[in-house]
Write a protein that binds this ligand. Sequence first.
Ligand SMILES: *[C@@H]1O[C@H](CO)[C@@H](O)[C@H](O)[C@H]1NC(C)=O
Length: 194
Amino acid sequence: MAQVDIKNKCAIFIIFLFSLLIVGESTQFSSENLPITSLALKKEKLTHLHFYLHDTISGNNPTSVPVARAPTTNTYQTLFGLTYVIDDPLTMGPEITSKLVGRAQGMLASAGQNEFVLSMALNFVFSEGKYNGSTFSLLARNPVLSNPREFSIVGGSGLFRFARGYVLAKTYFLDETKGNAIVEYDAHILHYGD
Ligand SMILES: *[C@@H]1O[C@H](CO)[C@@H](O)[C@H](O)[C@H]1NC(C)=O
């Protein structure tokens, strides 16, 4: 019996020591100059993605909703200040019925007083194959009437960790009265995930 008791006490002591180690580690804020290999990163690679974004403002199931405007927004032809939140489906082909590959979620605002230009902060999340759950983030100026226009990719998660890249976007379809649009996205992304 006494031996068991000593073993138990030893076990408790060891657990106590380990918990000190863990607490010690969690109080460390930074470690610098880590070898890049400490993250077991794969070789950086370039990936091309091609898909269509469907931005729907009208109808019973809009994926793009106005959330804010300035008191002066209506005095601008460009609707300066008008802000939307979007959750737009991304599809393989231009038809909304073609295969869903992800969604674009975030905000865009009319940011030009004299020019129709949007400022966009969007997260793209993918659902297709090995890309399922991976994201990249886009922070971009969007001169909506230019074709093609270029957006910057500024980061990512999952397969797209450390992402950087650009998108060439072209309007595939625009309903000028309703504001609905289908935009073709051609993205090149440098990233590390397999
Ligand atoms: C993507 O992952 C989610 C959960 O991680 C899962 O429920 C879903 O079925 C997956 N979708 C595809 C297309 O693999």
